[in-house]
Design a protein around this ligand. Structure first.
Ligand code: HEM
Length: 512
């Protein structure tokens, strides 16, 4: 009996030990990478790598990158591990420029893993890889030229008018003229992008139950699903293949899919032509989906077209509204800068004989500096990502970046590096004056990325943000109020840089 028991225990002990060794090996098998390549790195812990606090929700990813960026001051790059996956953080602006601009052909993709059978709407431009990306970007780019933007101006202006009606109404409704701006600007940016990317007259601004706003918001809301998906992916893409967690909420995907499908069918059937992104997507569909003679490398599917409408909505809605909200916050705290914007607006109105159009907005140069400084302090994306498509020897350095390596460019940390931006916490638009701008170190200011993969919507976003700021600053003076968080607190779980409690400001009407 005793012999039987001890044999049994031995069997269990050996089996458990083997299982533990296998699990331990799996959890640490990738951790020798940076040591072998002689890359300085942050010491990882089994399974979690350097991601322990982020995985448990104690630290924002942004703070993790900041910590690592600062720990490796003086180094050009550093290795880290997001769970089991090794990432290479590039700190040196010269290497950054090589990766995103000069040697782009080695790093043409963002390297975002997605299983299209589970997430069909993820096949947007951002996630599309070369060679298909070249054709898709080439077809979509004409929709973003200044000529096309001029034609879209009127549609955006209408959304601006609704924004002002809504602000005036809210100011009257709230005590002491105090208002939360992230929400109201979120409705504005939803209206703009919905009108231009989906060809719809949305009016989310006046409709608190707007489905567009509801589903749009749900895409950015932090959730356990998003966290689990991210963690599984970093443990192993094979794991994600098994558990098949969706990237976006299923209901939202169905909604956007059906709205865009109906719009495109209706417009094709009724030969409706409008100046918007839908038109560009319909043309892309004709050229790259329906065209039988298209080169197989360039061939897209119906799903790509729908995914791109969705992608434009996703990329262009809450990014714009959060930047605008941060801008109003900084202007409320710096009355002198706010007044200077208003003076410029007044002088440009008289220069343009009262005609407010696309050209008028492009002539608001000081406002442009204010927006650039806002994007330095509050870039919605805190990193750029790239993946090596081929092995790359970094010139004048011993570093070899292997094919498939994921790269992080910590743009938020670069924007706050005192070496490039003295007193980085200070909001100072003069950093972007014509004289100072020429002194900026290339590769250290990247709110929209750079190189061939730069944000396709820059000019659109700038026009939209300038229009909203022009409208608001012409009619209201902004001040902080009792509910304003000073300094701002950031939401640790959000996927973008977002204020934790919204941004409350006091609006004082200007009677001219
Ligand atoms: C303040 C507003 C915005 C910011 C800060 C922003 C920022 C960015 C960044 C950092 C990237 C990645 C660039 C890179 O990897 O080098 C990107 C890509 C992209 N953005 Fe924006 N974006 C904004 C607004 C918009 C708008 C309004 C649209 C569309 C109307 C848009 C559409 C896109 C698309 C489609 C991509 C993927 C481009 C590609 O992979 O070829 N973005 N954006």
């Amino acid at each position: 009996m005793f012999l039987f028991c001890s044999g049994w225990w031995l069997y269990i002990t050996v089996t458990c030990s083997i299982i533990c060794i296998v699990i331990y090996n799996f959890c640490t098998s990738t951790f020798s990478k940076w040591e072998k390549l002689n890359v300085p790195y942050v010491r990882p812990i089994p399974l979690f790598g350097n991601y322990f606090k982020v995985a448990l929700g104690f630290e924002h990813q942004l703070d993790l990158y900041k910590r690592i960026y600062n720990e490796f001051t003086g180094h050009k790059y550093a290795g880290l591990f997001q769970m089991r996956t090794p990432y290479l953080m590039i700190r040196d602006p010269e290497i950054i420029n090589r990766i995103i601009i000069r040697d782009f052909s080695y790093f043409p993709n963002h390297g975002v893993y997605t299983d299209l059978s589970v997430n069909p709407l993820s096949s947007s431009l951002f996630n599309t890889e070369t060679p298909q990306w070249n054709a898709a970007r080439h077809k979509l780019s004409p929709a973003f030229t200044s000529g096309k933007l001029k034609l879209m101006y009127e549609q955006i202006k209408e959304c601006g008018d609704e924004l002002m009606k809504n602000i005036s109404k809210s100011v009257l409704e709230h005590t002491n003229n105090e208002m939360e701006v992230v929400d109201v600007l979120g409705k504005f940016s939803t209206d703009v992008i919905g009108t231009c990317a989906f060809g719809l007259q949305l009016n989310a601004i006046n409709d608190d139950n707007s489905e567009f706003r509801k589903y749009g918001k749900s895409l950015f809301t932090p959730s356990l699903r998003v966290l689990l998906r991210e963690l599984s992916l970093m443990i192993s893409p094979a794991l994600l293949k098994v558990i098949k967690i969706k990237e976006f909420p299923a209901e939202a995907c169905e909604f956007f899919h059906s709205v865009f499908h109906e719009t495109i069918t209706y417009r094709e059937k009724n030969n409706i032509v409008r100046n918007d992104f839908v038109q560009a997507l319909m043309q892309t569909r004709r050229d790259l989906v329906l065209n039988e003679n298209v080169h197989p490398n360039d061939k897209l599917t119906e799903t790509h077209i729908l995914a791109n409408a969705f992608g434009i909505f996703f990329a262009g809605s809450d990014t714009v509204s959060t930047v605008l909200s941060f801008c109003l916050y900084e202007l409320a705290l710096a009355k002198n800068i706010q007044d200077k914007c208003r003076e410029e607006i007044k002088s440009q109105i008289s220069k343009h004989n009262g005609v407010i159009d696309y050209t008028f907005l492009t002539d608001l140069n000081y406002l442009d500096m204010v927006l650039k400084e806002t994007l330095r302090k509050y870039p919605p994306d805190y990193t750029l990502s790239r993946q090596a498509a081929q092995t790359y020897h970094v010139p004048y350095d011993s570093l070899v970046i292997e094919k498939g390596q994921n790269i992080i460019i910590p743009l938020h940390s670069l924007h706050y590096d005192p070496q490039y931006y003295p007193n980085p916490e200070v909001f100072d638009p003069e950093r972007f004056s014509p004289e100072e701008k020429s002194k900026l170190v290339k590769g250290t200011y990247l709110p929209f990325g750079d190189g061939p993969r730069i944000c396709i919507g820059i000019r659109f976003a700038e026009m939209e943000m300038k229009l909203a700021l022009f409208e608001i600053l012409s009619k209201f003076e902004l001040e902080p109020c009792g509910k304003t968080d000073i300094p701002l607190k950031f939401n640790k779980k959000a996927i973008m840089v977002m204020p934790e409690n919204g941004i409350w400001l006091k609006f004082k009407e200007i009677f001219s």
